[in-house]
Design a protein around this ligand. Structure first.
Ligand code: PMP
Length: 441
């Protein structure tokens, strides 16, 4: 593996060495941590990426999820170029594409009666929490252990970079910022109800926020009736239910995870695919009575959630997102990518069995997971508490083993021409074909 990087990736190495002088950690996204050094990509084409030295890779990272149509999808690109030629990227005033994307989302997710485009998933979650507090007059927020909802002060509570030893919460965030955030074990409705009950005397629960396929994009898969159970408990205790569909929206299905699970949340968070692979990918929407609380310019009473941003809802992101959603519908991209995910996962399972490798593979359609089980075994009901297969390792050491395994796997994939998300997650897309999947296997 090291030989590959030494011999074939000199261009990436040189750029990384220079970038370390000017960029903290040498990369602009902290999670682009692939070892032994980050690959610098120079060209893309559908299912493939090409690095600085011209090496070809099958792209199972998909920028972390946004490019379900494949990299640099031509129909979206052409629309964006037309827009740039006529209007440019931003005016600060209303553009038709803002209305078009909101209407398009409503067509596929009728429960999202109104939609506000924002700059990222992180800030869309922040907006939703504000709305939930105003709507319920309650204070507390409940999240699920291990779930990722962006890096805002309130939401990094309990968050660990996958495999790291440290809790992020302890660095640079005053306790007061997350003191109203509670965390419960994944798939544990009993614990959730206890927390909701306890919170009644502590200011009430404004919202329960979930990743509908389970924490960390389904790395800890959700139990069959969990989402429905959360819905019922939210109704019982007067809390809003927030679905964080940053990853699942327009991927699991056009109707999102809410369509797939047939559960109606009060608020939905969007990101990634919502801007068709272009920047400023975020948004929050839901029932009119809640979403309208963001109408800062209107007289909606004294309770309003101010949200916005100079480049929020720029025409470019809105048009790219609108076009991408239409193309996902036209091409049946969720089903096609889902089938490729099944093929990849089935093939991985066969290989793991054939070579008796200490890994487990599972998928939710186009989201494929490959986790190390050698030094640790996953307790799927509560993977925030990882058990050792040998009973020898402490939790923090096992988290380190996971990180080590992910880094090694990630580097090995890369050296064999496959880019993944941190060595443990593989996204498939419309651009994948059975031949590409088989080549990867
Ligand atoms: N929620 C989930 C479920 C996510 O996966 C992410 C990003 N990976 C976010 C929120 C944050 O979105 P962003 O990176 O756009 O801030």
């Amino acid at each position: 593996v090291m030989k590959y990087f030494d011999e074939k990736c000199k261009g990436s190495r040189e750029i990384y060495e220079e970038s370390q002088k000017y960029i903290p950690g040498g990369v602009q996204h902290n999670l682009a941590f692939n070892k032994p050094f980050p690959m610098c990509m120079a060209k893309t084409d559908g299912a493939y990426l090409y690095d600085q030295d011209g090496n070809e890779y099958i792209d199972f990272l998909q920028a972390g999820g946004p490019t379900i149509l494949g990299s640099n999808y031509p129909v979206v690109r052409e629309k964006v170029i037309d827009l740039l030629n006529t209007c440019g990227p931003v005016t600060g005033l209303l553009h038709e594409s803002e209305m078009l994307i909101a209407k398009e989302i409503n067509k596929h997710m009728p429960n999202v009666e109104m939609f506000r485009m924002l700059g990222s998933g992180t800030e869309s979650v922040m907006a939703a929490l504000r709305i939930a507090r105003i709507a319920t007059d309650h204070k507390r927020i409940i999240k699920i252990g291990g779930a990722y909802h962006g890096w805002s002060d309130q939401m990094v509570y309990g968050l660990k970079i996958p495999g790291s030893r440290a809790l992020l919460e302890s660095h640079g965030i005053p306790r007061g910022a997350y003191k109203l955030t509670d965390e419960v074990r994944p798939n544990d409705l009993e614990m959730l109800e206890k927390m909701l009950k306890r919170n009644r005397k502590k200011g009430g629960t404004a919202a329960v926020i979930v990743e509908p396929v389970g924490p960390e994009s389904g790395t800890r898969p959700v139990a069959r009736n969990y989402n429905k159970g959360v819905r019922e408990l939210c109704d019982k205790y007067g809390a809003l239910m927030i679905f964080d569909e940053v990853v699942t929206g327009f991927r699991v299905a056009l109707s999102g995870a809410q369509g797939y699970f047939d559960v109606v949340p009060d608020l939905t968070i969007f990101g990634k695919i919502v801007a068709g692979g272009y920047p400023a990918a975020g948004g929050v929407g839901g029932k009119k009575e809640y979403a309208q609380l963001m109408a800062a310019g209107l007289a909606t009473g004294k309770h309003r959630a101010y949200v916005g941003g100079t480049l929020a809802a720029n025409p470019l992101s809105c048009l790219a997102g609108y076009t991408a959603i239409q193309e996902i519908e036209r091409t049946n991209a969720c089903e096609v990518a889902g089938k490729m995910g099944d093929r990849l996962c089935d093939g991985l399972k066969d290989l793991l069995e054939k070579y008796a490798l200490p890994y487990v593979a599972y998928n939710q359609g186009s989201i494929v997971h490959l986790e190390c089980t050698g030094a640790m075994s996953f307790d799927f009901s509560s993977m925030c508490f990882v058990k050792s297969a040998l009973g020898l390792l402490k939790h923090k050491d096992m988290m380190y083993v996971r990180k080590d395994s992910m880094e090694k796997m990630g580097a090995a994939y890369m050296a064999n021409g496959i880019v993944t998300l941190a060595g443990s997650r593989l996204y498939t897309s419309l651009a994948d074909t059975p031949e590409i999947i088989d080549e990867a296997l």
